[in-house]
Design a binder for this molecule. Structure first.
Ligand SMILES: C[S@@+](CC[C@H](N)C(=O)[O-])C[C@H]1O[C@@H](n2cnc3c(N)ncnc32)[C@H](O)[C@@H]1O
Length: 216
């Protein structure tokens, strides 16, 4: 079972305007059932002036999809900012994501829904969004190629892909990360968001926010 909804505990995240997101996490379940640090870094980046600049000055009416959303915190934050967002993960996570949408619905200014999207399999069910969001998804050996395939299929030339990940040095993680970027760079220009353009509090030397733009 990927998530057990029997025992939940709440992670609070304070938005810059003082609103508090209340994110339910599961005591028992796979890695996605808690909020990861890369998700917090990406959440805070979505409130930055630089993100607004990347969105040509407005986020209202823009469509976002979050991949591997886990609890859904990043997509919920995007919807609070005014984007219309579909948060996705494996089918077992839809219940947790839906609960978190319901819990935070009043703070959302854009439309938001939770949906299943298995990388490499379900891409055809979705249209290309304006913004594609990923936090800590470069993690699974068996999913590197399906993940790159989904990012490629969901992106058009105008899609802004924001991929935030924690650089890990243990086990096979460095190899996975190299393989992921090797594949991504075949079709995308890749750029790193400098630390000074990130949130002064929610940032870290080993958590990177990468921007991918599909080459024409
Ligand atoms: C490390 S967790 C990160 C969760 C969340 N983005 C965060 O940062 O808090 C990675 C997520 O990717 C999802 N995932 C793994 N393999 C997947 C696949 N093949 N298709 C879709 N989602 C997948 C997991 O279920 C999990 O929620």
């Amino acid at each position: 079972m990927a998530t057990s909804m029997d025992k939940l505990f709440v992670r609070e995240y304070e938005r810059k305007n003082g609103d508090i997101l209340r994110i339910n996490q599961c005591e028992i379940g796979d890695v996605g059932c808690v909020v990861w640090d890369a998700a917090l870094v990406l959440c805070s980046f979505l409130e930055s002036a630089y993100f607004l600049e990347l969105c040509d000055g407005t986020v209202y009416g823009k469509r976002a999809i979050e991949l591997g959303a886990g609890t859904g915190i990043v997509g919920i934050q995007a919807a609070c900012q005014g984007l219309d967002c579909i948060i996705t993960d494996l089918p077992d996570f839809v219940q947790l994501m839906s609960l978190n949408i319901e819990t935070n619905q009043k703070l959302c200014n854009g439309d938001i829904k939770a949906s299943a999207l298995q990388w490499g399999k379900d891409d055809h069910l979705y249209h290309s969004p304006d913004v594609l969001l990923l936090a800590d998804c470069i993690y699974y050996e068996e999913s590197i190629e399906p993940l790159v395939s989904t990012i490629s299929k969901l992106s058009n030339n105008d899609t802004l892909v924001l991929c935030c990940y924690e650089e890990r040095v243990t086990d096979n993680k460095p190899v996975l990360q190299s393989r992921f970027f090797e594949l991504i760079k075949k079709n995308f220009d890749v750029q790193k968001v400098p630390l000074e353009k990130q949130d002064p509090f929610y940032h870290s030397d080993d958590i990177h926010i990468m921007i991918f733009k599909k080459r024409r």
